[in-house]
Design a protein around this ligand. Structure first.
Ligand code: ZN
Length: 261
């Protein structure tokens, strides 16, 4: 029963994330005006705005003008619903669930905005850094969470410094020597946010995972489409995917790589 609740809750939040994905890059408010069709601008009636179900019942088309609605809406709702269930399985009803739910929601919004417009929005990553640090303090001192996922405040702070500072220096050096912009500033702020939420041990894994999967998929794209070397693949979704893997399997990875930790 609670699994169904977790799924429905995730799908409803996913519906809100869709609004964020469309409006944040435009600088629009995420609460006003109410949801409307991007094509005919007609407001979407509440019974046409039920997560997942409405998309299926309307067969992915606007009720008013019949224009196709991006399947992304359906996908994001489904994804957040499934991840909510997975987080519930992993953490039960706990502070760790709440914190990781917020973190995963932020990762989804960042990934899809980066896929869409190649920007990692500061309005998510910068408050995310602060939120991750605050949660680490709350988790340790106020609620005494078993920190199976929430890192210690020190680990979170080192995570921000490694994710942010060290990589910023590396990116500057790379650009100074080669004249080519390597990792973007947005990616670095995202890494700092990941470090704040998951602790410093997540940073090497996330970078390794993202570089590996990014290279493989980037290479696949180049071969399939014959695009040149300067083709820029959005990197944030790979970083987010790495962070997601770490969130679920990180404790086992840390034991493997840092047995004395
Ligand atoms: Zn319409």
């Amino acid at each position: 029963m609670l699994i169904v609740v977790a799924f429905v809750f995730g799908a409803i939040v996913g519906s809100f994330l869709n609004v964020c994905i469309v409006r944040i890059p435009k600088g629009d408010s995420i609460v006003h005006p109410a949801s409307h069709c991007p094509s005919c601008k007609k407001p979407i009636r509440f019974y046409d705005n039920v997560p997942l179900l409405s998309y299926l019942l309307l067969r992915g088309r606007c009720h008013s003008c019949g224009e196709r609605i991006s399947p992304r809406y359906f996908f994001v709702e489904l994804l957040m619903g499934c991840l909510s269930v997975a987080l519930y399985y992993q953490f039960g009803l706990s502070l760790a669930f709440l914190v990781s739910f917020i973190f995963v929601a932020a990762l989804i919004v960042i990934s899809f905005i980066d896929l869409d417009v190649r920007i990692v929005p500061d309005v998510i990553s910068l408050p995310g850094i602060v939120a991750g640090l605050l949660f680490s303090i709350v988790g340790r001192y106020l609620i005494n969470d078993s920190f199976s996922v929430i890192p210690s405040p020190l680990s979170a702070l080192i995570g921000v410094l490694i994710g942010g500072g060290f990589l910023l220096a590396l990116a500057w050096a790379y650009e100074a020597f080669t004249g080519i912009e390597g990792m973007g500033g947005g990616d670095i702020k995202l890494l700092a946010m990941i470090g704040a939420f998951l602790g410093w041990t997540s940073i090497p894994f996330t970078i390794f995972f993202a570089s590996l999967t990014g290279s493989v998929i980037g290479l696949g794209f180049m071969i399939a489409k014959g695009v040149g070397r300067r083709f820029a693949l959005p990197f944030a979704p790979f970083l987010c995917l790495g962070a997601l893997f770490y969130l679920f399997f990180g404790d086992r990875l840390v034991e493997f790589y840092f047995p004395l930790n």
